[in-house]
Design a protein around this ligand. Structure first.
Ligand SMILES: [Zn+2]
Ligand SMILES: [Zn+2]
Length: 265
C-alpha cells in the first residue's frame, strides 16, 4: 500500500470513492445488462417456460431500479474507499502475500465470509420486515413485485448503507487475501443478478446435490418478492430452513420450473 496516495486526505479519499463508484456502476451495467440481453432478449423464447412470473413489468420499473442501483453504487464506492483507508492504516486484515496464511485458508476464509454475510443479511432482513422499519428502509427493494436483472442493487440508501457496511466490519477481524476478496465481490455481483432474474436458470438436478440444493436462485428469491414473509436468505437456504421461514411453495415451484424445460431450444 506504500505506493498509494494517503487516503486520510479527503481529496484522495473522495477520488478513490469516485473511481470505485465508476467500477461498481460499470460492473452493475455489465452483469445485469448481460443477463438482461441473454435471458430477456436474445434467448427470450428458450427461457419463457422458466420465467417465474409473467414478463409484463409495470412501466418505468427498470428505470427506477437502475437509478436506485446507481445510488447504492455511490455507497459501495464510499465503503470501498473506507476499506482502502482501513487497509492503509492497518485496520483491515487484507493480505497480499499468499503465504502469510496457510493455503487452505483461501477457500475456508471465502466460505466463512459468505456464511457470515449470510447470517448478517438474514437477520437484518428479518428486522427490515418489521412494518415500521420496512416502510422506511426496505420498501424500495420490494417496489419490484416481480424482480428483474436490474433489481439486483435496487435498495433504499439506508439498506444500501447496511449492505455496504458489511465488508469493512468483516475485515476488521477476518483475514482475507486480496484475491479471495475479489472472488467474493464477483460472487456477490453475479448471485444478486441470478437471484433477481425471475427465470430459474439452475438445473433440476441441483435439488439432489448437497450444497448446490442450498443455493438460493431465482425461484427462491422471487417467492420472497411475492410472499414477503418467507425466504429471507442471501446465498444459501440454510437460515430459512433452520428458522422455518422457507416458503412451503418453494420445492414444488422449483421442480415445476426446471423439469422438462431444461433443454428446449
Ligand atoms: Zn425483503
Ligand atoms: Zn430481492
Amino acid at each position: 500500500m506504500n505506493h498509494f496516495p494517503d487516503f486520510s486526505q479527503p481529496v484522495n479519499f473522495l477520488l478513490a470513492a469516485l473511481i470505485i463508484f465508476i467500477v461498481v456502476t460499470a460492473r452493475y451495467f455489465i452483469v445485469s445488462g448481460l443477463f438482461y440481453v441473454i435471458f430477456y432478449v436474445w434467448k427470450r423464447k428458450k427461457w419463457t417456460a422458466r420465467k417465474i412470473n409473467p414478463r409484463d413489468y409495470p412501466k418505468g420499473q427498470f428505470r427506477k431500479e437502475i437509478i436506485r442501483s446507481i445510488l447504492t453504487s455511490i455507497l459501495f464506492g464510499l465503503s470501498g474507499a473506507l476499506l482502502l483507508w482501513m487497509w492503509q492504516k492497518g485496520y483491515a486484515r487484507i493480505y497480499v502475500n499468499v503465504r502469510d496464511y496457510p493455503l487452505w485458508w483461501l477457500p475456508v476464509s471465502l466460505f466463512l465470509a459468505l456464511f457470515l454475510q449470510e447470517t448478517y443479511y438474514y437477520w437484518l432482513h428479518r428486522w427490515m420486515h418489521i412494518p415500521s422499519v420496512y416502510r422506511l428502509v426496505h420498501q424500495w427493494h420490494h417496489d419490484s413485485h416481480i424482480a428483474s436483472p436490474w433489481t439486483a442493487f435496487s435498495f433504499h440508501p439506508i439498506e444500501g448503507l447496511i449492505q455496504a457496511a458489511f465488508l469493512p466490519l468483516l475485515l476488521l477481524f477476518l483475514p482475507m487475501h486480496v484475491g479471495t476478496l475479489i472472488v467474493m465481490l464477483i460472487i456477490m455481483s453475479v448471485t444478486s443478478v441470478i437471484n433477481h432474474l425471475d427465470i430459474e436458470i439452475y438445473p433440476s438436478w441441483f435439488a439432489g446435490v448437497p450444497l448446490l440444493r442450498s443455493f438460493i436462485g431465482a425461484t427462491h428469491h422471487s417467492l420472497h418478492h411475492k410472499q414477503f414473509k418467507y425466504n429471507y436468505g442471501l446465498y444459501f437456504t440454510w437460515w430459512d430452513k433452520w428458522m422455518q421461514t422457507e416458503s412451503p411453495k418453494f420445492s414444488a415451484l422449483f421442480r415445476q420450473k426446471t423439469e422438462k424445460t431444461s433443454n428446449k431450444k
